[in-house]
Ligand binder design. Structure first.
Ligand code: ADP
Ligand code: MG
Length: 247
């Protein structure tokens, strides 16, 4: 507890909400506190991710405790891994379930691709059972066609990363089974909930009709409009601000 206070002071963390989980001080803490997957830890270390950044110290335990989060941390502070690490662990925990368990929404193709590349590094050589590797897809134009034409089964993927319109298109064609979806992440939430994108993000949420869907938003800035939306769509969200909140 005392360590948590010191840690939060060191990175100017401002965390608000009910029943806030303690941050981690190292990735190894995840092994003791959450029976974290050793292969995932090895993949982190192999990729030179040895120490968690502040947003990772805070965000990872919260997602592992199934909390909705609204996270604001500066550009370059490691937000991608802050949502990918716990999301992959949740997928591993849910290995009995076949099919889509996580969605990551990004406002641009370039960013979606970066998230995909980072996720592939972390998921490398992780099998959910003997024959079934943890599968992640970037929803490209060709993949969306293949899903719509049933050339590829939607059961193949555990996690899909997409821009809003392409995802909506596939969702509306009913070629994605969403019944096992547990987590949805909005990256660059300030953009995804601004005037240009808010209707698309709302449409996605409307099409995700599973109950107990955990939602997270990550951004470098949190305008008050986004904060209002977060409070209206999330359940007991925790708000994480690292550094100063820019609006
Ligand atoms: P943000 O989304 O907050 O702008 P990114 O997630 O894109 O930041 O991360 C910025 C860079 O920091 C990336 O190159 C990423 O690989 C690197 N990075 C993230 N987490 C760590 C870590 N724990 N240790 C070392 N490098 C990291
Ligand atoms: Mg980012």
């Amino acid at each position: 507890k005392k360590e948590a206070v010191t840690l939060r002071k060191s990175y100017k963390g401002n965390i608000t909400g009910e029943d806030i989980p303690l941050p981690i001080g190292s990735f190894e803490d995840l092994i003791t506190r959450f029976s974290f997957d050793k292969r995932l830890l090895n993949n982190l270390i192999e990729n030179q991710f040895t120490e968690p950044t502040p947003i990772q110290c805070e965000g990872i335990p919260m997602t592992l405790k199934n909390r909705d989060i609204l996270a604001c941390a500066p550009t370059g502070s490691g937000k991608t891994l802050a949502f990918l690490i716990p999301l992959l662990q949740q997928i591993i925990n849910d290995k009995e379930t076949i099919g889509l368990k996580g969605l990551i929404i990004s406002p641009t193709k370039e960013l979606a691709n970066q998230i995909f590349i980072e996720s592939i590094k972390l998921a490398s050589r992780i099998y959910l059972d003997k024959k079934r590797p943890l599968q992640i897809a970037l929803l490209s134009k060709s993949l969306s066609m293949k899903l719509k034409n049933k050339i590829i089964s939607d059961k193949k993927y555990d996690l899909i990363i997409s821009t809003p319109l392409r995802l909506i298109d596939v969702m509306k064609s009913e070629s994605l089974d969403l019944s096992n979806l547990k987590n949805i992440i909005f990256d660059e939430a300030d953009k995804l909930f601004d005037k240009t994108f808010v209707e698309q993000s709302d449409a996605i949420l409307g099409l995700c009709n599973t109950k107990n869907l955990r939602k997270s938003m990550f951004s470098a800035t949190i305008p008050s409009s986004v904060e209002e939306i977060a409070n209206s769509i999330m359940l007991d969200p925790i708000r994480i601000i690292i550094g100063h909140k820019e609006a």
